[in-house]
Design a binder for this molecule. Structure first.
Ligand code: AKB
Length: 347
């Protein structure tokens, strides 16, 4: 009798446990279906980050669900890998037409003029960086789209910000046109979230290093060029001084962080200006030494230009503990792993 009741208890336990597992599974499937039914528009899809972000999003959501767009045509591979549209990021009506055509629910606005070029064309930089953002934020406010991603940068800090372990919230007085546009943009994002409930998310990118597409017009570009030159010429003339330390990150980490932030539950996003994000910080001398471990004959020389002043105004090491706490951000690549991967892919 006692044994029989034990067996019955056991069977009940198994039954309820299976029911519980079923619910968990159904909930997860339901959540995945909602997430995967998103259609995504990437504006600036042919740029350094846009190119790899588009590829990764297509792997996750399917090629037809991810619309690539840029002001110019991309490479033949980019153009044929899924839907592609020519689009000016500052043309709000043009964006709306594409949003309606494909029933877009999320926009990643990656088009921007970077720090070095922006110093040469201040008004054009402001026009591109601000008009494009306000247009997309308005489309979200008008309920044409549900979610927006917009990149900020370490450039939103300035010479008066703490240089080491720069906190999420601190003095921010950028001294570059690009930095001014990024700081203003961050506050527009926060304003549209607070005032109109727009679900806009943002990261302050450090310098991003990649081998598929080169960056253009940035101050951290040296950390990409150095690898290309090391493989092609075994020498590199650096436009920053040997001990200029800047925050950097490998592309794979940057793309993963971006998608992770966009997929995070809205209740976990506590910062609606922009999240500090960090991985590695190094100087030209340190990256050169790492390259020399693979290419011993590699030589670096230094001839600084106007970009030195920009780099000197930026943080050296960023504190990103808030991103790590809020949405579990974690980087994978350090300087040695990144150097190995860069050189393998470029050789
Ligand atoms: C630049 O150098 O301008 C960019 C950045 C740090 O935002 N890579």
């Amino acid at each position: 009798m006692f044994e029989q009741s034990l067996i019955l208890d056991y069977l009940f336990f198994i039954f309820f446990f299976c029911e519980y597992l079923n619910y968990v599974l159904l909930f997860q499937i339901h959540f995945e279906i909602i997430r995967m039914s998103d259609t995504i528009l990437i504006i600036g899809a042919c740029g350094q980050i846009g190119t790899e972000l588009t590829q990764k999003l297509r792997d996750i959501y399917g090629s037809e669900q991810v619309i690539a767009s840029d002001i110019r045509e991309g490479s033949p591979e980019q153009m044929s890998a899924g839907p592609f549209e020519i689009l000016d990021a500052t043309d709000k009506d043009g964006i709306l037409q594409i949003v309606k055509k494909y029933n877009v629910s999320q926009v990643y606005l990656m088009a921007a003029m970077l720090s070095a070029t922006a110093e040469k064309y201040p008004h054009k930089a402001w026009e591109l960086n601000m008009t494009s953002l306000l247009g997309v934020l308005d489309l979200a406010k008008e309920k044409h789209i549900k979610q927006v991603y917009w990149p900020s940068s370490i450039a939103s800090f300035g010479p008066t910000s703490p240089k080491v372990n720069t906190p999420q919230q601190t003095v921010m007085e950028p001294s570059t046109v690009y930095g001014i546009s990024k700081l203003a943009g961050e506050h527009w994002c926060n304003y549209y979230h607070d005032k109109y409930g727009v679900d806009v998310r943002s990261i302050r990118y450090p310098g991003i290093i990649s081998w598929k597409t080169k960056p253009g017009g940035g101050t951290t570009d040296y950390a990409v060029d150095i690898y290309f030159q090391a493989v092609e010429n075994t020498s590199y003339e650096c436009f920053l001084s040997e001990n200029t330390r800047l925050p950097m990150m490998y592309m794979q980490d940057a793309v993963n962080a971006t998608i992770q932030l966009m997929q995070a539950d809205a209740s976990t996003i506590k910062t609606r200006t922009s999240y500090n994000l960090a991985a590695i910080s190094f100087t030209p001398e340190e990256i050169a030494a790492e390259i020399q471990k693979h290419i011993p004959e590699f030589e670096i020389s230094y001839k600084t230009d106007f970009r030195q002043a920009i780099a000197d105004s930026w943080p050296q090491v960023i504190d990103d503990s808030q991103a790590r706490a809020d949405w579990n951000w974690n980087h994978e690549f350090d300087l040695s792993l990144m150097t190995k991967d860069m050189l393998e892919n470029l050789s």
